[in-house]
Write a protein that binds this ligand. Sequence first.
Ligand code: CFN
Ligand code: HCA
Length: 533
Amino acid sequence: MNAVDIKQKVSKTLEQYPAAVFKNRKDHVIVKDSEADVQIITANTRTVPGIITNRGCCYAGCKGVVLGPLRDALIITHGPIGCGYYSWGTRRHKGRIDGDEKNYLSYCLSTDLQEGDIVFGGDKKLKQAITEAVEIFHPETIMICSTCPVGLIGDDINADAAWAQKEFGIKVLAFSCEGYKGVSQSGGHHIANNSLIKHVIGTGERAVGKYSLNILGEYNIGGDGWEVERIMKRIGYDIVSVMTGNGTVRDLSNAHLAHLNVVQCHRSINYIGEMMNTKYGHDWIKVNFIGVQSMAKSLRDIAAYFGDKDLIDRTEEVIAEEISEISDAMEYFRNICQGKTAALFVGGSRAHHYQMLLKDIGVETVLAGYEFGHRDDYEGREVIPTIKADGDSKNIESIEVEPDSKYYRVFLSPERVIELKNTINLNDYPGMMKGMSDGSIVIDDLNHYETEEFLKILKPDIFCSGIKDKYISHKAGVFSKQLHSYDYSGPYAGFKGAVNFARDIAMGLTTPSWKLITPPWKKEPMLEGTMAV
Ligand code: CFN
Ligand code: HCA
């Protein structure tokens, strides 16, 4: 199907909506066209009420995503029991303790607010919960995460945290991450980032090695972080902290001592990267550990940042060894997968990252979207985050970046030009859309109806998404692969992870089961009609 046909089919699909919904949704869908001057997508806006979105809430982003993987923090969900219960062990951030360390990952603590607490206030219950938690677990850090009703009734969780901190002499942090704040998980990431930089990072004092790093936005889903660390350590890096996969408050407290921040998931933790740049002067570079070629490139970029010849040579040595170990297996699976197509719909970075790994095995992405990405995740970054030299970004007249340059020039006025180190390397951070083929669909906040329709239109061989939408794909007889939980497989990051992914995709494609399913619309008449009134 060519780009014109795809555009027509997209329009037809969206025209089924009532006018107001059509007006909203049409701006969230783009058919990639490299001839177009600019392609702008609407993102990070409120989902139309009534649409079955796959998005989560602010609490999910704060408690579930950023704070959840910290092994040594005891998290208390302040709210009715459902929020705590349904976020209990549902994300696959793995953790392993070192020696006799504390590990609270498998626990779920909640204040279990009841009607009476909603009417008369929940502070008393929260204090009681903290007291019990201290008596039972003796944690060094407690984190309180609020859910929706707490914000509505106005419990002062910051005051409660301050009380507990004094009473028990431990770190107690309060996160007002009520689910309704913002339009998705994204607001919750930001809230968690703000508190970690304010209260955790910068409080430790460990000695660091010559090439020391923090890995930001690596959550150790299915053990990804362990695989990345294994390779980094082989090269000779000192990993000061991982944010936050298999992470600890203790490691994070030392993060300011590392030399460089490398950012894997840009959507959930870019704020810490930028705040550490402002507060401590740390550079950060964007990496992608998913895919053989992207892993190799990321390792080269990190080595190039330090610029040390020995480190660069060692990096090349490790890349060559790792690739030679996997090349036969990758070739075997590539032969099975070559020429297939995929549709990807994941949270805020994987729908981009996994396109590289799919390319490694010859699979083309025909549709990709984010649940809660922002425009820069799709379109690439155009503006520099912090211009410390002048303090006021409004003064900037224009910004010039030369391809492959390590510097960018900021024109404050025709006479005043400052040159800053281009650590973010704008050329390497093009966003999702740039690398996609013409005619592919880029879609923000995909919903149930659109998933069904686009599966029919594009007939991809693989649909990569999550637990909420995989069944739509199953019913359509299309192989689905969860990219949040990896369907309990993994790791998929790094070189060896790439083989695991290639194997799982090859298995899914070759199983005969998908051919045994007949989608309901192929055997039942679809009822269509108009309302009488
Ligand atoms: S592990 Fe990450 S990689 S943190 Fe983020 S944007 Fe979620 S939990 Mo699900 S799998 Fe997903 Fe990303 Fe970053 Fe995970 S694509 S939706 S909030 N995400
Ligand atoms: C979240 C967590 C989630 C959900 C996964 C899914 C995860 O968004 O709150 O929908 O399959 O990765 O666990 O993204």
